[in-house]
Design a protein around this ligand. Sequence first.
Ligand SMILES: Cc1cc2nc3c(=O)[nH]c(=O)nc-3n(C[C@H](O)[C@H](O)[C@H](O)COP(=O)(O)OP(=O)(O)OC[C@H]3O[C@@H](n4cnc5c(N)ncnc54)[C@H](O)[C@@H]3O)c2cc1C
Length: 354
Amino acid sequence: MSTSALVVGAGINGLLVALELARRGCSVRVIDQGEIPNQFSASHGKHRLLHPWKSDPSRGLDAHAALELWDKLLRELECDGFSRTGVIVANTDAESYEQSIRYSPSSVVLSYEDTCRLMPQLAGGQFMNAILYPEFGCLFADRILYSVCDYLSKLGVVLMPRCEVSRIEADSGRVELLDGRRMYADLVFISAGTGTHKIRGALDGLSGTIKATTMRCYVMYLDPNAAGTEFGPFSWASLGGGDLWGMPNVRGIAPKLGCGQLTTPHDPDEPSEDLDAISRRIIREYSKLYPQFSALTGRVRFNHWTLFSTPDSFHIRDKAIIMTACSGIGYKFAPLTAQKVCTAVLDSKQRAHS
Ligand SMILES: Cc1cc2nc3c(=O)[nH]c(=O)nc-3n(C[C@H](O)[C@H](O)[C@H](O)COP(=O)(O)OP(=O)(O)OC[C@H]3O[C@@H](n4cnc5c(N)ncnc54)[C@H](O)[C@@H]3O)c2cc1C
């Protein structure tokens, strides 16, 4: 009899763990409270950055392993889901320079002048030099989600939309749905993102009580035809200051400005703030370092993701495995997390049997 696995939450994390489980011979069902893929999940959106820059050095190295796995996965899916734009990080001082070259053996150091030539918006900006990670870029997030779903169906994975889980029992593998239905599985993977802390029993008994905080993240989409949006080909992961990241016009998708500093704890059910004020704040943060951004205008959108108070990407408790694509690690590490969690869970199960 094959091991039965139930995956709760069909974001990128849940879908890729389902794929890895199916590859390893498990019988897999995936449930989500909404549609599959769910356009309200944190994983939905036109694109997500894949780059090695992070304040935690081990994460930088993980990005190379993740890149390799994405390459392999997208080939297997026959999905054109990645654009190797190259990702730029601007260094404002010697310390950030040291930090950013550490992460990638193939990184290229760009002089101030070369950087401004390649990305004209940075001209006149307050930075020392920049690092280019040439092999990194952006993942086309929703295109990948749809492609994984198609592939899962072909592999016989059962996708069950509109099934909201209300309670999980880790010791028995029992899962209760809001409509009263019950399901059982040998292994229950909880990858419910912002919904995790609302599922009774999901976070119970985890070492030192892990806290999950819902964060609201803003991005500003620019009119791709407006003056001043000719960014050149590169995405950027950190331009210094308030964690400035974004993408140029890639495959016709509007350029996007992000600002990590504006990502704050926020309940998804609370009303949104004044989005025009947020757009002025994003531009203000960019213009503090780069005056050329001051004339740009655009439309702000927001979305939510979950910050877990743990650096670990998964925790195993009896038959339940809680997975966090977040904790600051995001979409980019999902194939790596799936591989690591399946190895840990299925190997220990095999050891227990032998
Ligand atoms: C605007 C924005 C930009 C980002 N940029 C980047 C980036 O550039 N690079 C990067 O790597 N990461 C980025 N991230 C982070 C990244 O997208 C997320 O960390 C990641 O997609 C989370 O995936 P997930 O599968 O864990 O969660 P989700 O995608 O949120 O999936 C969770 C799923 O669980 C379902 N669910 C919840 N509760 C229940 C329940 N009770 N019963 C059943 N189903 C349930 C939800 O409906 C949802 O579909 C960004 C996030 C945002 C919001």
